[in-house]
Design a protein around this ligand. Structure first.
Ligand code: M6R
Length: 364
């Protein structure tokens, strides 16, 4: 049942190329997002004045990355909120607000309650869900299914990746309907999105070095993931993967925030993982890595192929294929999933069923 893999998590990591392909195929016809698939009409899309993305855990991290993509490509203001906060905050929602909830299980108690709160306030709701017929899927006004297939491991991988890709397609289509994108650019972005599965496959084919590195860092006390923009959003997910299944304390920081307090935690040998896939922010994050190094940090860098100069700064480097900055997060997250997995295995832990956690959190 684990398809030859030792754990469901590894099986699901390897299913990502297919899961993403299936998700894209379910929404795209002849190189265009097919709106009829989720029944949102053009008038509704044109009327959206703001988007709030609401979710928990990794699904919230999807929102954290998606906000950059949707704002940049579709020009719609996006706010991202934890469902457990949103539901009790009395959020201000305008009539033309769209609330997007993201959930693998479709049963997460806080996300469901947030969805109900939004509906009560009379705004439109769209759910991105993996489990067909789940409560969230049934109650939202519009539903887009990720086609990830059943996810067994508590730590999400393929559902997260499919959710992220759905947000890219939404950004593209919202941009197109609202006249915010030229056809050439739309086609170019679509071609990039279509490359994601094969690029992830390349990363998976090259995973042994990460296993080696994981064994080396398996006794770390703390790990810090630093990056800016989408790199930061991916760092949040990488950090959650690490702490969830390896029980190593880890945190993700927007790299520029380090010097506002957290850098005092860096000591000799502290592992800092610098995420460097946003081209325009590369130099900035490198300079934060150098600051950590001068305080004794041990540095891992994650960058696109071609950025070989990073080897002058980082002690260990992993590369991912080059891709447009909006979508490269889908590649960048994969080595971090693998790293979390390998560290958990190296520590002899129960990868698929980490302590104190359930696959679906149906109580608040
Ligand atoms: O089923 P959901 O997507 O609503 O679940 C949300 C979170 O509980 C979930 O993403 C959790 O953070 C994962 N275990 C992380 O790997």
């Amino acid at each position: 049942e684990r398809g030859g893999f030792e754990h469901f998590m590894m099986k699901e990591i390897h299913e990502q190329p297919t899961a993403i392909k299936n998700t894209i195929n379910s929404l795209v016809t002849n190189g265009k997002v097919d709106l009829s698939k989720f029944e949102m009409d053009e008038e509704t899309i044109k009327s959206i004045s703001a988007i709030t993305i609401v979710a928990c855990g990794s699904a919230w991290h999807v929102g954290m990355a998606a906000q950059y993509v949707i704002e940049d490509i579709a020009g719609i203001p996006v706010r991202v909120e934890l469902a457990s906060e949103f539901r009790y905050r009395g959020p201000l929602l305008s009539e033309n607000h769209l609330v997007i909830v993201v959930s693998q299980s479709g049963e997460t108690a806080d996300t469901l309650a947030a969805l109900r709160e939004a509906k009560e306030r009379g705004v439109k709701t769209l759910a991105i869900v993996n489990v067909v017929g789940s409560s969230i899927a049934r109650e939202a006004d519009y539903v887009i299914y990720t086609v990830a297939g059943p996810e067994i491991s508590v730590a999400t991988t393929k559902a997260y990746s499919c959710q992220l890709v759905v947000t890219y397609l939404l950004a593209l289509e919202f941009a197109a309907v609202r006249g915010k994108i030229e056809k050439d650019l739309y086609d170019k972005y679509m071609a990039e999105i279509s490359r994601i599965p094969e690029c992830i496959q390349k990363i998976l084919d090259d995973k042994e070095r990460l296993q080696w590195f994981a064994a080396k860092i398996a006794n770390s006390k703390d790990i810090f993931f630093i990056g800016r923009g989408i790199d930061y959003a991916i760092g949040l997910e990488g950090s959650l993967k690490m702490k969830e299944i390896s029980y190593i304390h880890s945190e993700a920081y927007a790299a520029g925030e380090l010097k506002h307090g957290t850098i005092s935690l860096i000591e000799n040998g502290t592992l800092v993982i610098g995420l460097l896939c946003q081209d325009n922010l590369y130099e900035k994050t490198i300079s934060n890595m150098v600051e950590c190094k001068s305080r004794g940090a041990y540095l891992m860098g994650l960058a696109p192929y071609g950025r070989y100069e990073i080897e002058d700064t980082a002690d260990f480097v992993t590369y991912v294929p080059k891709m447009d900055k909006h979508f490269v997060g889908s590649l960048e997250v994969v080595p971090l999933q693998l790293l979390g997995y390998y560290v958990s295995v190296a520590r002899g832990l129960d990868v698929d069923k980490p302590r104190n956690l359930a696959k679906s959190v149906t109580v608040e």
